[in-house]
Design a protein around this ligand. Structure first.
Ligand SMILES: Cc1ncc(COP(=O)(O)O)c(C=O)c1O
Length: 409
């Protein structure tokens, strides 16, 4: 029977002795604020959306054809936990070309970059462990240790005229002895900040000295806009093969394969049997035809990567120049990834701002607070879009800010 404590108040269902709910660590994860904006905005007509981090083009034909050919051959069975040998070899060769030689035995194919991160943290982190993350950060990355009941300490980047910067001494101070792992995403989602070699070495030496694992999320390493470099600085360039380092990566961004769900891990050989066990308990393996598509991408997809990078670099320059022309907007050029996280004067609550922006201006951006408290006061724009869409988006933002100023006057 329903119970009601006050006459006239809505009847409350009786408290169940054994409520059918998830454990507290899972129930306590906040739902995505990007989704919150997108789910309402997607129902509206004529919304220009830049809220998700996704390339704006379909996967190149040569990659899709490799998946189709695999299916046509009837490759519909389980594969090895760590991936088919052809893919592990191809990834090892690719990592060797970009960084330093690695044995295929140190490579695992995973069912997405997301899964690679989950596996890495599952392999290392116990409940109650202390994990340090450089933030603002894609919320999935800070959510994983929380799901595993670990504690996450945030070390925030700072924003100034030259963009987002890291105070290395602050990070090293936070990486106190006893810390289990550092989660570092560079180039970073949502800021585009990219760690430089000196900082990388200082962080590596410190972690090495204190036995702290580094989980390097290298998903955006090829979307880096340094002048002659084809890749952002990576711990894989110099770390010894037995170092406490796991690099996670993905086919999603550089090869435009978000829907394929394929990624990889490079880890010390000693860890690989346990990574294989964890893959068994998570996904067992990635689909064979998806792995075949991965072989095609990594072997023959270098022109795709170069074209993606050039297109995004152009889009970045265009967007930042246009944003800098808007009064009240403070935007700096990101070094990598596909995002600008910029400040809007007097914005206050970024979630409320983004809700109004969708409703009143038909423009979909991600609220900075989606990336943690240190993202508040900012909004994120994914610039993987054509010139026309970007220009129309900036025009909508400009009109919205003008009318906001008029209302305030
Ligand atoms: C920082 C970061 N890491 C990892 C991923 C995972 O990508 P996927 O699961 O599509 O491979 C993403 C996707 O947006 C990301 O932004």
């Amino acid at each position: 029977m329903p119970t009601s404590s006050h006459p006239g108040s809505a009847p409350q269902p009786p408290a169940l002795p054994h409520p059918p709910v998830a454990r507290a660590a899972v129930a306590g994860i906040p739902s995505s604020r990007i989704r919150e904006i997108a789910n309402t905005g997607m129902a509206e007509k004529d919304v220009l959306a830049f809220w998700f981090g996704e390339p704006d083009q379909v996967t190149p034909a040569l990659i899709r054809e490799a998946a189709c050919a695999s299916l046509a051959r009837g490759e519909t069975f389980y594969t090895q936990n760590l991936g088919i040998p052809e893919l592990r070899d191809a990834i090892a060769a690719y990592v060797g070309r970009l960084h330093r030689p690695v044995a295929a035995a140190r490579v695992a194919a995973t069912a997405s970059g997301m899964s690679a991160l989950m596996l890495a943290v599952q392999a290392l982190v116990d409940p109650g462990d202390r994990v340090v993350a450089v933030t603002p950060l894609w919320p999935n990355l800070t959510g994983i240790p929380r799901i595993l009941s670990a504690n996450v300490e945030r070390v925030c980047l700072s924003f100034g005229a030259s963009g987002w910067t890291l105070d290395v001494d602050r990070l090293l101070a936070a990486l106190a002895p006893g810390t289990r792992a550092l989660l570092l995403n560079s180039p970073n989602n949502p800021t585009g900040w990219t760690i430089d070699r000196d900082a990388q070495r200082a962080v590596f030496d410190h972690c090495d000295r204190h036995g702290i694992w580094i989980v390097a999320d290298d998903v955006y390493e090829r979307l880096y806009y340094g002048d002659d470099d084809v890749c952002a600085p990576s711990f894989l360039d110099f770390a010894p093969e037995t170092a406490r380092l796991i690099s996670t990566n993905s086919f999603s961004k550089a090869w435009m394969m978000t829907g394929f769900r394929l990624g990889w891990i490079v880890a010390p050989a000693e860890l690989m049997p346990d990574v294989g066990k964890l893959i068994e308990f998570n996904t067992s393996c990635s689909p064979a035809f998806v792995q075949r598509a991965g072989v095609a991408a990594i072997t023959d997809g270098e022109p795709t990567v170069a074209a993606t990078r050039a297109r995004l670099r152009h889009a970045r320059d265009r967007l930042i120049a246009d944003l800098q022309d808007l009064p009240g907007v403070q935007a700096a050029t990101p070094q990598g990834a596909m995002y600008a996280l910029f400040r809007i004067a007097g914005m206050g609550d970024s979630l409320a701002f983004c809700r109004r922006l969708v409703a009143d201006a038909g423009l979909g951006l991600a609220p900075g607070s989606a990336f943690g408290p240190d993202g508040e006061g900012f909004v994120r724009w994914c610039f993987a879009a054509s010139d026309e869409r970007l220009a129309e988006g900036v025009a909508r933002l400009g009109r919205f800010l003008d009318s906001r100023r008029e209302r305030a006057a």
